[in-house]
Design a binder for this molecule. Structure first.
Ligand SMILES: CC(C)(COP(=O)(O)OP(=O)(O)OC[C@H]1O[C@@H](n2cnc3c(N)ncnc32)[C@H](O)[C@@H]1OP(=O)(O)O)[C@@H](O)C(=O)NCCC(=O)NCCS
Length: 190
């Protein structure tokens, strides 16, 4: 018999330094808050993302809703909300669709509002993502890329069990400066 929690069980968690933070999947009603968080992250941390602020700020929030997906599909976005319901951070999990790659999903768009950073929310989002992804039948590994010079973010992923397997030199260029991207892998336990 399968005693695993249902795939939509993303629990409320309350680390000591983060206050009450509720992690749940993003839904259409969150699109405006998601766009605001994303635009702020792209503007304040341009070297961390492949997307750029200038190309994104003019987009309509509704364009992002299709990305939110559904937990059970392996295509989902998780949001971290404070007690007042304000979106503090998010991350996406995008399952590969082709038959030979459906065991794999890409973690994307990890961001925490600058005012809410260093309170454990990023760590909570990664843990919740791994928990939800490990409930998806057939999904056995997560991959991601991270700007190699952002050592604190690399360390965060390493602490969550991701291991680097390669480096793409000069993967993105921001304001004329090239940045390498580290490729990381985390096997899921089902
Ligand atoms: C990366 C990011 C999401 C982390 O979110 P966060 O909520 O601040 O992370 P946490 O508080 O959970 O930190 C977990 C651990 O990561 C490391 N860490 C996170 N931010 C750090 C910082 N600014 N300096 C040093 N270490 C840091 C630490 O090891 C930390 O543990 P500690 O606080 O016990 O030392 C956030 O800094 C962010 O949005 N950055 C800009 C966008 C970005 O880089 N996204 C990642 C794309 S791959």
């Amino acid at each position: 018999m399968n005693h695993r929690p249902p795939v939509d069980a993303v629990d409320r968690v309350e680390p000591a330094n983060a206050g009450t933070v509720h992690i749940r999947p993003l839904v259409a009603a969150d699109a405006v808050a998601y766009k605001a968080l994303r635009d702020e992250a792209l503007r304040t941390a341009p070297d961390a993302f492949t997307s750029d602020y200038e190309s994104s700020v003019g987009r309509d929030a509704s364009e992002y809703v299709a990305r939110f997906g559904a937990l059970e599909s392996g295509q989902f976005f998780l949001g971290a909300f404070d007690a007042a319901g304000q979106l503090l951070g998010c991350l996406g999990c995008e399952r590969e669709q082709r038959t030979k790659q459906r065991h794999c999903a890409v973690v994307v768009g990890m961001m925490v509002s600058p005012a809410a950073q260093r309170r454990g929310i990023g760590r909570m989002l990664v843990e919740a993502c791994m928990q939800a992804a490990s409930q998806v039948p057939g999904l056995t590994q997560l991959v991601l890329t991270v700007t190699a010079s952002n050592h604190h973010v690399v360390r965060l992923y390493e602490q969550a069990g991701f291991r680097a397997w390669g480096l793409l030199p000069h993967a993105i260029v921001v304001d004329g400066v090239g940045y390498d991207k580290l490729h990381m892998l985390r096997l899921l336990s089902h």
